[in-house]
Design a protein around this ligand. Structure first.
Ligand SMILES: Cc1ncc(COP(=O)(O)O)c(C=O)c1O
Length: 423
């Protein structure tokens, strides 16, 4: 195990990332982009943050240079009860002993589906896959199979995965991939209604996240009665309402984020956090959609593997046992309040938006995000791993001590921003 540099912070030594940079240079020779997707160093200040990590424990991660961090990114969501959680790992290890990829599913698949149905008020069935994109794409197909319609409505700037109908990328697409996609502004019920009028009888589904997050703006909560109005519109027009709960999954409500906002979707896609880092995604649906669901082909080489399902059962146990939803809400609220106050003491205005258990943290009015990028890099170099272009995530493993350590890193980082940018 590499030596950690925690104690060196006392003499103000800032972290360096030489080994990360070296690995990245090697990677660019053998892997397109070196690191792809939202992990790409291209969207961060080059060389100012670590790229490669070697281990995680609880709320902490260690990069390949041996630097230790309080991790507020939680593997971009999956880490819900902490890295290497003893009960989750014991459940996964016990199942691994018996077998992971067998020639068919294990009983755990039935037990997990039963448990999720029981926990999720709107859902009568569940299916499983590996990634969020597997499930958002499949949900769209189920909606089309159910309605016999083609068109899909999604919010501008929303992310639903990497597949052609919704990828934020442009290369490798043909015009037909997006031909049936229509977009609206999140929270604009009147705009959705106009689209529904214009394309009456042709819209299969509306897909959207419980609230709106983008990489460049504040997160946006649904306005009063948005979800209820949308539910009614979908009912009136025979449109399937798909909730993309991939990112929010089990951070807002154990019954799904629809419960948090008082709406019952027709289909809901889950992924991150369902198995505390083991590869598993799920889609739940209402009875009415079960026939269509059984007709849309669904499989993958590893989709029945049992270890992630054992990990999911243990993760759900742990969330229930520690009242996880309340715990991460409180920790997130404390963190956001403390950071906002600390910023204000430097004459800076920090905006924490979205749900406190997964806040988007940026400077108010920082439209090009540059100040936020600089601040996040400075915080990271002092021992708290944070991201300017993604919401952060809180886990049940985080502690008040982690918040204190984050503030210790944030304070001098605010001073750097103040000196560099003024206000
Ligand atoms: C809201 C949302 N939907 C879908 C996805 C796609 O999930 P995956 O990356 O597991 O395919 C993501 C991933 O970040 C997401 O945040």
């Amino acid at each position: 195990m590499a030596e950690t540099k925690t104690d060196q912070r006392a003499d103000a030594a800032l972290y360096t990332f030489d080994r990360s940079v070296e690995l990245f240079e090697r990677a660019t020779k053998v892997i397109p982009c070196g690191i792809y997707g939202h992990h790409s160093p291209a969207i961060r200040t080059p060389g100012a943050t670590p790229y490669y990590f070697q281990r995680g424990q609880g709320s902490r991660i260690w990069d390949v240079d041996g630097n230790e961090y309080v991790d507020w990114i939680c593997a971009y969501g999956p880490m819900l009860v902490g890295y290497n959680h003893p009960k989750v790992e014991a459940a996964a290890a016990a199942q691994r002993e018996k077998g992971d990829c067998l020639s068919g599913p294990s009983p755990l698949m039935v037990e997990l589906a039963e448990r999720l149905v029981q926990m999720t008020p709107f859902a009568d069935w569940f299916v499983f896959a590996k990634n969020g994109s597997d499930m958002t794409t499949w949900a769209v197909q189920v909606a089309r199979a159910h309605t016999g319609r083609n068109k899909i409505l999604m919010a501008q700037g929303a992310y639903h995965g990497k597949d052609p109908w919704c990828t934020p990328g442009h290369a490798g697409l043909v015009p037909g991939d997006r031909e049936d996609m229509l977009s609206f502004r999140y929270n604009d019920l009147a705009g959705i209604r106009q689209l529904a009028d214009r394309h009456r009888g042709k819209i299969a589904a509306v897909i959207l996240t419980p609230y709106h997050f983008t990489n460049w703006q504040d997160s946006e909560m649904p306005v009063e009665a948005f979800w209820q109005g949308l539910r009614k519109l979908c009912d009136d027009e025979g449109i399937v309402l798909i909730l993309d709960d991939v990112r929010t999954c089990f951070r807002l409500h154990m019954g799904g984020s629809g419960e948090y906002f008082g709406v019952k979707p027709d289909l809901s896609a889950y992924c991150k956090a369902i198995a505390n880092g083991y590869a598993l995604s799920a889609c739940g649906g209402r009875q009415e959609l079960k026939t269509a669901a059984s007709k849309v082909f669904l499989t993958g080489s590893y989709w029945f593997s049992a270890v992630p399902m054992a990990a999911a059962m243990a993760t759900l146990d742990e969330m229930e046992a520690c009242d996880g939803i309340a715990r991460i809400y409180e920790l997130g609220t404390t963190l956001c309040n403390a950071l906002t106050e600390a910023a204000a003491s430097h004459g800076l205005q920090l905006a924490c938006t979205g749900h406190p258990s997964m806040p988007m943290v940026k400077f108010a009015g920082d439209d090009d995000m540059y100040r936020t990028q600089v601040w996040c890099a400075e915080v990271t170099r002092r021992g708290a791993y944070v991201h300017p272009h993604h919401n952060w995530f809180v886990s049940t493993a985080h502690t008040q001590e982690d918040i204190k350590r984050t503030l210790d890193a944030a304070e001098p980082a605010f001073a750097v921003v103040k000196e560099r940018f003024g206000s």
